[in-house]
Each structure stands twice: as structure tokens, then as C-alpha cells.
Design a protein around this ligand. Structure first.
Ligand SMILES: Cc1cc2nc3c(=O)[nH]c(=O)nc-3n(C[C@H](O)[C@H](O)[C@H](O)COP(=O)(O)OP(=O)(O)OC[C@H]3O[C@@H](n4cnc5c(N)ncnc54)[C@H](O)[C@@H]3O)c2cc1C
Length: 445
């Protein structure tokens, strides 16, 4: 049996960025086990007849953490473009500026008035203590934004994305992730003055060539002596005396420490030897599955980056013009577009046929005027993801603390978006990798 100091399960961004920081701290003797033939996890890009599609959904590079942002750009080694966000919400045929509360000026006057009136009323009610403190995501929307903004955009959009009762999503999820602008900005936007919200995402970066996978490619080539074993799945983790044993689909490996980025809801069997009965609780963790339908077609695109679609009549909740992220993402005179569709459960996402979902997307794009004619479509792709958005329900925090504590006792650390079971963007994944690398470097050197 080959023995390593550290075995990382998963060669997505979390596993690779952890290896990157560990190697930069001089730690050697690490192996990464990746079940897919290609590393990168959600950051996979497909290239089809001149079109580039980020098939894990629209990914942009941004952060309020300047140090990490600079490190991500450094890794890209000059292969990136800088953008000022131009994103919209499609409502009743109108493209409203995103975030919605900064785009009230784009609404018809009556709606603009109602949204402004309700947000001021909600503000006064909060000041006077006339409303109960919110206990869940849905209550929080009404509490902060009032009835009109919530009923017109926030509630339908989030119900469409989460495919779950928003009352079951806890406030823990809201903090920092949902734009919560000053009242003054909302008033300005209602009278037609330009304001911006969600400002740390206003300027973003994107690879010039290679799609978002360029970040993975650059990361891989920056890790000296990388030992990445693709097409090999970690199946079981056992603890024997002072070390861990990983049974993979091809081998048995020994190691002092294990870092797992494998999705917790799919890790019940893998961790059963360590967690015992507790491991069944992992199956109770809920996430929203996603299907990304990509289309390459001849024609022009409006100058937007991505567009949110809150209404139920259109199948996708968001679409993104990747050819506006980089001109290399589509041939000249053509558009590279991805659409994102969530499902209630993984079976629903698996059972829908490629034929029916692609046709429905094409129909809807024609209906909203983005695709002039279905005959212009040159290529398409359908990619399914079992886990895209972690659901922060009540059960989550209870299951997680028990599981993490037990695993830690055996030098098994969970990491990454689905290992930690947290709504993590790439910058936070990098930050957590950096912190974990500092901790492990002390233990492993
Ligand atoms: C639709 C969508 C849009 C997003 N947009 C943005 C954005 O614009 N900006 C941003 O910063 N972030 C964005 N994110 C978040 C970003 O995708 C994640 O932060 C990041 O990709 C998480 O990387 P990870 O390595 O933790 O997980 P993953 O990408 O899931 O990687 C985990 C890896 O582990 C492997 N694996 C799993 N189980 C095993 C096993 N048992 N054995 C071996 N290998 C295994 C998997 O094959 C996979 O390669 C977005 C996420 C989604 C879903």
C-alpha cells in the first residue's frame, strides 16, 4: 500500500487550490483522487465547433477579498479580461437593471411607485417595531423590501431557483449573499438616478481564452510535482491506529490526513466506517440539482452579461451570453449562450430528455426574442449536476456540526462547496484553501 502524508478527495477548485497553497508552503507527498476523467468539478468548459461553453453554469471571478482576487488573477497569468457588470432581470418583456432594487427606474411608473412606497413602509415599520423579526428567508424579504419588490421579483425568482418552500431556508443563508442596499439608493433608483448594488461584483474578471476552465488549467500548471489521479473514485475511508486508509475504485491508499471535497450528501457510504449510524444523516442534506443547456447560434446578442428570468412561463431562471464575457467564446457573428434550469430532485433532472429540454429552451429563447430563428442554432450541449445549490434548512447545521466534529477526531477534514456543504463562491474556496493549507503545513512538515 502506498502511503502519503495527505490525500485530497476531489480535484475540483477546492482540492486543487489546497494543493497549490500546500506546495507553495513546501509540503510534499500529497495525492489528489478525482473520480472524473477530467479535473475541475463545476468549472468544466466544453469547446464545440468554435463555441466555448462553461457547462457548470455562468462563472465570473470577483471578490471583496482583494488579496485572494489578486492571487486568482496572478494564477491566470494575464489571461483575463475585466468587465463592468451589465446584467438584467427580464420582466414582462422589459430588461430591468440588476439588482432589481437598483433598477426601479426601468419599471412602468405605477409599479415604480408601488415598489418605492412599500420599501419605505417596510423601513418605517421596522423602525417603529411594528413587524416581527424575520425567522426565515421568505419573511426576511418582506421585512427588508416590503410587498411590491418581494412579490414582483424576489419571491418568484427565488422560488423558481430553489424549487423549495422559502420558509424552510434559514436566515443563515441570507447574510451577505442577497443584496441589501441602503434605502437612499432605492429611492434614487426609483426617481431615475443611477445607483449600483452588490458592488463587490460590479467589476468582474473572466479568462480571455479557454473559458472558466482556464483557471483550473493555470492552477494545475502552477502546482509543482502535482500527483493528480483522475478516473479514480474514493469509495471508503477507514481509520486504523494512527492513520487513514482510502479504498478507491482502483487501489488502496494510506495517509495521515484526508481532506474530502466530495459532496457530503453522497458520502454516507464512504464515511460509514468512521461515522457509523450517523452517516445516514448525510443523505438528509438537500441541494438543488441543475441542468445547463448551452446553445451556439448565428446572430447578435444584446450587450448584457447575464439575465435573470423570474417568471414560470420560461423554463430557465438565468441565461448568460458567454460571447460577451470573451470574444473568443464564439465564432465571429455568432453567440455562445448558456441557460440554467433547476429541478426539485435529481431524478427529475435525469429523466428529462436532452431532446425535450433543448427544444423547450429554444422555444423560450425565440419567445423572448433572444434567438431570431431556431434554424440559426449550430451546436448545443446538455450537462446535468446533481448538486448545485446547497439548501440551508434547519437540519443542515445540526447534521454538519456532529459530522465534522467526528471526522476531525480522525484527521479527516471536509472542504469545498459540497464538502463543507456551504454556499461558497470561488474566492471563498481559495481563502479557505489558503487557511487550511497553513494549518496542515504545520502538521505535515
Ligand atoms: C451555477 C453556479 C454558478 C456559479 N457561479 C460562480 C461565480 O460566478 N463565481 C464564483 O466565484 N463562484 C461561482 N460558483 C461557485 C463555484 O462553482 C464553486 O465555488 C467551486 O466550483 C467549488 O469547487 P469545489 O472543488 O468545492 O467543488 P466541485 O467543483 O464540485 O469539485 C469537487 C470534485 O470532487 C470530485 N469528487 C466527488 N466525489 C468524489 C469521490 N468520492 N472520489 C473522487 N473524486 C470525487 C468531483 O468529481 C469534483 O471534481 C457557482 C456555482 C454554481 C453551481
Amino acid at each position: 500500500m502506498k502511503f502519503y502524508k495527505l490525500c485530497i478527495i476531489g480535484g475540483g477548485l477546492a482540492g486543487l487550490s489546497l494543493a497549490y497553497y500546500l506546495v507553495s508552503l513546501g509540503v510534499k507527498d500529497i495525492v489528489i483522487i478525482e473520480k472524473s476523467e477530467v479535473p475541475g468539478g463545476l468549472l468544466i468548459t466544453k469547446h464545440i465547433r468554435g463555441y466555448t461553453f462553461d457547462v457548470g453554469g455562468s462563472h465570473i471571478i470577483f471578490s471583496k477579498d482583494k488579496e485572494i482576487l489578486n492571487e486568482m488573477l496572478y494564477i491566470l497569468n494575464g489571461n483575463y479580461v475585466k468587465h463592468r457588470r451589465n446584467s438584467k432581470i427580464l420582466l414582462d418583456g422589459l430588461f430591468i437593471k440588476y439588482p432589481f432594487e437598483n433598477g426601479l427606474k426601468d419599471l412602468p411608473p405605477q409599479k415604480r411607485f408601488e415598489c418605492l412606497r412599500d420599501v419605505i413602509q417596510a423601513y418605517i415599520d421596522r423602525l417603529l417595531g411594528k413587524v416581527k423579526e424575520p425567522h426565515n428567508f421568505l419573511e426576511w424579504m418582506y421585512y427588508v423590501f416590503g410587498k411590491c419588490i418581494t412579490d414582483t421579483y424576489l419571491r418568484p425568482y427565488n422560488e423558481k431557483l430553489w424549487k423549495t418552500d422559502l420558509r424552510t431556508i434559514s436566515l443563515e443563508w441570507v447574510g451577505g449573499r442577497v443584496p441589501n442596499p441602503p434605502l437612499e439608493d432605492i429611492m434614487k433608483s426609483a426617481v431615475g438616478l443611477e445607483t449600483e448594488g452588490y458592488k463587490h461584483q460590479l467589476i468582474f474578471y473572466y479568462p480571455l481564452r479557454g473559458g472558466i476552465y482556464a483557471l483550473i488549467n493555470s492552477l494545475i500548471s502552477s502546482i509543482k510535482g502535482l500527483n493528480l489521479r483522475c478516473g479514480e473514485e474514493a469509495v471508503r475511508v477507514l481509520h486504523d491506529n494512527n492513520y487513514n486508509i482510502i479504498e478507491t475504485s482502483k487501489d488502496v491508499i494510506g495517509c495521515m490526513y484526508v481532506v474530502s471535497t466530495s459532496p457530503l450528501n453522497e458520502s454516507a457510504e464512504m464515511f460509514r466506517p468512521i461515522l457509523g449510524k450517523m452517516s445516514s444523516n448525510l443523505r438528509l442534506l438537500r441541494a438543488v440539482p441543475l441542468v445547463v443547456v448551452s446553445l451556439g447560434f448565428k446572430g447578435d446578442a444584446p450587450p448584457y452579461h447575464w439575465v435573470y428570468v423570474p417568471t414560470e412561463d420560461i423554463i430557465f431562471h438565468r441565461f448568460a451570453f458567454l460571447s460577451n464575457y470573451s470574444p473568443y467564446n464564439a465564432p465571429k457573428g455568432a453567440v455562445s449562450l448558456i441557460t440554467e434550469i433547476t429541478f426539485r430532485d435529481p431524478d427529475e433532472a435525469t429523466n428529462v430528455s436532452n431532446y425535450s429540454i433543448v427544444n423547450r429552451v429554444i422555444e423560450d429563447l425565440e419567445y423572448i426574442g433572444i434567438l431570431k430563428n431556431s434554424r440559426y442554432v449550430e451546436v448545443y450541449d446538455v450537462t446535468r449536476w446533481r448538486n448545485a445549490y446547497v439548501i440551508y434548512d434547519e437540519l443542515r447545521s445540526k447534521v454538519l456540526s456532529e459530522v465534522r466534529d467526528t471526522l476531525n477526531k480522525y484527521n479527516i477534514i471536509v472542504h469545498g462547496r459540497f464538502g463543507l456543504w456551504e454556499y461558497l463562491n470561488m474566492d471563498v474556496v481559495f481563502r479557505k484553501s489558503k487557511e487550511l493549507a497553513s494549518y496542515l503545513a504545520l502538521k505535515l512538515k
